[in-house]
Design a binder for this molecule. Sequence first.
Ligand code: BGC
Length: 811
Amino acid sequence: MMPHGLGLLSKAVRRAAACALGFALLSPLMAQPAAQPAAQPAPTAAPPSNHQMASASIERRVDALLRKMTLEEKLGQLVQYNDDGFKDEAKPVDVESAPQMAANPTAATQVDAMQLAATGRLGSMLNTVGAARTAAFQRAAVEKSRLHIPLLFGADVIHGYRTIYPQPLGLAASFDPALVEKVAHLSASEAVTAGVRWFYSPMVDISRDARWGRTVEGAGEDPYLGAAMARAYIRGYQQGDLSKPDSVAASVKHFAAYGAAEAGREYNTTDMSESRLRQVYLPPYKAAVEEGAASIMSAFNSLNGVPSSANPYLLTQVLRREWGFNGPVVSDYTSIMELRNHGIARDAAEASRKALLAGVDIDMMSHYYDTELAGLVRSGKVPMSAIDEAVRRVLRLKFALGLFEHPYPVEKEVTAAVDAHRPLVRLAAEESLVLLQNRALNGGAPLLPLPRTAKTIALIGPLADDSANMVGSWAGGGRQKEVVTVKDALEARAVRNGGRLLYEQGTEISGEKEDGFEAALKAAQQADVVVLALGEAGEMSGEAGSRSNLDLPGNQEKLLEAVAATGKPVVLVVFSGRPLVLASAAAKVPAILAAWFPGTEAGAAIANVLFGDVAPSGKLPVSFPRVVGQEPLYYAQFPTGRPTGSVDLAHPGTDVDSHFVSRYIDTFNDALFPFGHGLSYTTFAYTNVAVSRAELKLAQARLSRGKPHGPALVVASATVTNTGAVEATEVVQCYVRNLGASLEQPVRSLQGFTRVTLKPGESRRVEFPLTYSELAFYDNRGNQVIEATDYTVWIGGSSTAKEHANFSIHP
Ligand code: BGC
């Protein structure tokens, strides 16, 4: 397992210190009013986003219950705690088998959650899992409390409960929403047996800065891909029917724009134009809401000066009025308390009032709603109607989940990785792997796939036999001993191929000691081929995992150099929760496979790809920089007024035209490995890129405004051919640019993708319907608009696709 215990302790201490310091430092700012959101278009009342929670029968039950509730009982539904301090003497927690759900600080004040549950003063719990443990609290709520309202158990099941699949960034590299839906459902089916019916997932924050550790929790830099992934998680978790016993309610997080944290520093400020917010950061949340997401989690960050957990513009105007979201909003962990650190609340009462009135229904761990709201209602500072509305949202969800009828899990508890689930999580891991580089050796064939004739393989590196780190951060209830490591899998291969594996750790992930180098080099020298397993530890990404360097940690780069210097063919398998700077590695080794953190079946999936049983098909959901100073780095940049144009950045001239352009004087502008990039064991050719029409009228385009799945205005198409020797899957990508709009537009942006499996020599015509949403952009008043502009469409295998076609929209 990951060393959660240690992390927990130090984070708790740090968080407490930060709070205390924050209050002292921020006091002079506290009198200043929070910035107000800019003027926005008139609120539109959209229909309820989740039809189940909007049903008349649920509404009747909510009304009936609400009428019976005292103020204290109502507030109870808005309160969420974990079970810290709870000791079930009859069933002591076995630390090895207890799911380690979150590395979070404990709340400032301890409460007795069991007693609150028994007296109707607790609505939900976080990261309290396990059939016996949840049942103990549920019994208190259902059997002892006056109104018998069941608790809802929420947990950070991010990429699997017991059988762990790749982290969301790795899954995004599959560009396979159907697969994501399946694994998401798989984790739900396991977790419900432990009493959990609510996941704090998916995290749909767009991340364009690899320094931000939480990049690993989302689908990367692109809103179109992010939206597709967001929908897939919701479908997998909720199955379109929350009442099914194996459905869980999703909590889409962290609303909103948390991923734009300045300088990639965790919990930091975000500040951006309305157009960028709507066009880049909000689409995945909007897609999740359209798919019926049951709940939302408000974020830690402030947006344009207003903390997200007290932001009426985000939580009421956009989320509820414009999108019709009708589920509950839960705060992030102590984020209501943190409104004081942000400096927009002087005390707990002010923080509670601002959060509730902005639209935060449930207080996760701040210990504020339970202590403050009653007084605020009595003094008239918070209307009872606002409390009632928040309570309604919570109760609707509980009714929709069928918790009143079935408060306890029905299936036998899943307490270990499930064998029957391994093939699917292995497939997910295989699809997540991205072959970044695969150079030919001495003019021969590319190094990968490894030939079965490679009899002696040296496996070197700190992640080669590291079961703990294969599951990355937020590892749910995954157990270390159930993970297949790279060493496990390659050893089995070696035996099967009649060869041998020489394993050496070489160094530690972060250490500087070189004691292991000699043995590692000796192993390399004896081998036909070397597999280097290097990268980050799981906890170097995820929450509070921001880095200012993006290189291989410790002395791993040095080990790589020494191994490469032996002259043996080297494959680098790199594990990370973010893009790393691999420029120097890429110059020294012929083949690089980005593995992210693949989960329970890590080694098996990697071996299958290394030996060519499976041709890699993953594509990068994030750009890999050449140097950290390029961050934030993303393909969909604006052109600027001084684009580099035809300047050769490898040999820029000294003339004015080469110098005064938007560039660095010490590196390239582009990524080392760009978004959408990923090689296979075959090659694909793109021909006959075409559009169904060369022009259309603006009035006709505008007819489908506001229809998310409206008719195709233009259909873009291309022929894709497998020009190599093996069957493989290609992620075909469609990018769009428009010229002449009233606002600057990205140089290109993804507006379609599909996976196509082709036999050698086989061709297929692939079509991308471009509807209003794919062709429109957001203006700075929050409107999605189409203007009379000229479009270019590229279809290809990465964001650098060359084949294109054009069309125009005329006034
Ligand atoms: C994280 C959330 C998580 C919550 C509950 C917070 O610190 O930001 O992503 O869901 O804790 O564990």
